[in-house]
Design a protein around this ligand. Structure first.
Ligand code: GLA
Length: 365
């Protein structure tokens, strides 16, 4: 199929610009990507953060839908992982403990005695190497990072590469690669928060969500999966047809209580023959802004921003209050190493970790 000629933007890539310096003296840069339809996003070398993402509504009015900060300081003190790449292992590992090929492994315990999102200084706090590139129909950046042996307790030197590609089909491709010289768990994700009204403009409870998942992994009071794969049918977790996020979030449901809302991993229903499965479909009905998420991953964490409490002051001075952003984190299941029945997240020397997620930005009628 040949592509229609497009109005290629004057510049697909901005010049890289300094964004600040970390306390350790590392210079952080920002670069902006644009496509033929006026979509724009900016990326930081700090945390591989997607700092801004400008999407149109039905009338063609663009707003920035990504929660984020105006300055590097915001990111240095952030505890919500706004827009960041997360690793080595996203989500929670109980007590930071697991057994890898018979050997016990203890990881940093940074969340109530558990391991969360890679530890004290996960990939969200690393300054990545950032190499921009341009093609006829896309622009992107390759982010690379070397996580040393023993990093946050993880074994082996892990070389990670994440590529963001924004194309003229209004798709953002996120391609993850990693190799290691020792067996290590790896489970990478992107922790962007969307608010399709525009970041800082109210809550996300009116957004309509579809999740292509007939099961989810219920959690205990530490927000860690119990191991059960539970059918969503007949519960407030049934998003197999579109539902407003706020429609059932207040129901007296044990899992909603434990999650303080939605903060759960959904088991994506694969479709034969597709490399990437449709995982989620999000729509803000008033503006028509929408995003469809496709992934090679078996799971997706739907987090309804329950820990946002207004203490993080975002772009333009807007405090990010309760449920004013939501995350859709494609991933392997949380605490996988402690659940042999879950798909494994172990990466072995000589093998390559490869996963892909696509965010397709759309305007719905
Ligand atoms: C993830 C987790 C949440 C919370 C946020 C960060 O999405 O699932 O429980 O820790 O990150 O605030």
């Amino acid at each position: 199929m040949t592509h229609q000629p497009t109005n290629a933007p004057a510049r697909r890539l901005s010049a890289r610009a300094p964004f600040g310096t970390t306390p350790a003296g590392e210079v952080v840069e920002q670069i902006e990507l644009a496509n033929a339809h006026g979509l724009r996003m900016s990326v930081l070398s700090y945390g591989g953060v997607i700092r801004t993402l400008h999407l149109p509504d039905r009338a063609g009015a663009f707003v920035d839908v990504a929660l984020g900060y105006d300055t590097l300081d915001g990111y240095l003190t952030d505890t919500a992982y706004l827009g960041a790449l997360v690793g080595r292992v996203a989500n929670r590992i109980r007590a930071g403990r697991m057994t890898v090929e018979g050997r016990p492994l203890t990881l940093a315990q940074n969340a109530d005695g558990n391991h969360l999102h890679g530890g004290m200084r996960g990939f969200d706090k690393a300054v990545w190497r950032m190499e921009p590139f341009e093609r006829d129909d896309a622009a992107g950046v390759v982010l690379s990072h070397v996580s040393p042996d023993g990093d946050e307790g993880y074994p082996g030197t892990l070389r990670v590469e994440v590529t963001y590609t924004l194309d003229d089909g209004n798709r953002l491709h996120v391609d993850y690669r990693a190799t290691s010289d020792a067996v290590t768990p790896v489970n990478l994700t992107q922790h962007g928060y969307f608010n399709l009204h525009g970041a800082g403009r109210g809550d996300i409870l009116d957004h309509e969500l579809t999740l292509n998942a007939s099961r989810f992994t219920p959690v205990d009071d530490a927000l860690i999966p119990t191991g059960e794969l539970r059918p969503v049918a007949g519960t407030p977790f049934d998003f197999t047809t579109p539902h407003r996020i706020g429609a059932r979030i207040g129901q007296a449901d044990e899992q909603l209580r434990l999650g303080r809302g939605y903060d759960h991993n959904f088991v994506i229903d694969p479709r034969d023959g597709d490399d990437l499965a449709l995982a989620a479909r999000l729509t803000e009905p008033h503006s028509g802004r929408g995003v469809d998420v496709y992934t090679t991953e078996p799971g997706i964490q739907f987090y309804s921003g329950n820990f946002l409490d207004g203490s993080a002051v975002g772009k333009g001075g807007h405090p990010y209050r309760y449920r004013t952003g939501l995350a859709l984190e494609t991933q392997h299941f949380p605490d996988a190493p402690n659940h042999p029945e879950f798909p494994s997240i172990l990466l072995r020397p000589g093998a390559e970790y490869r996963t892909s997620t696509i965010y397709h930005f759309v305007v719905r009628p």
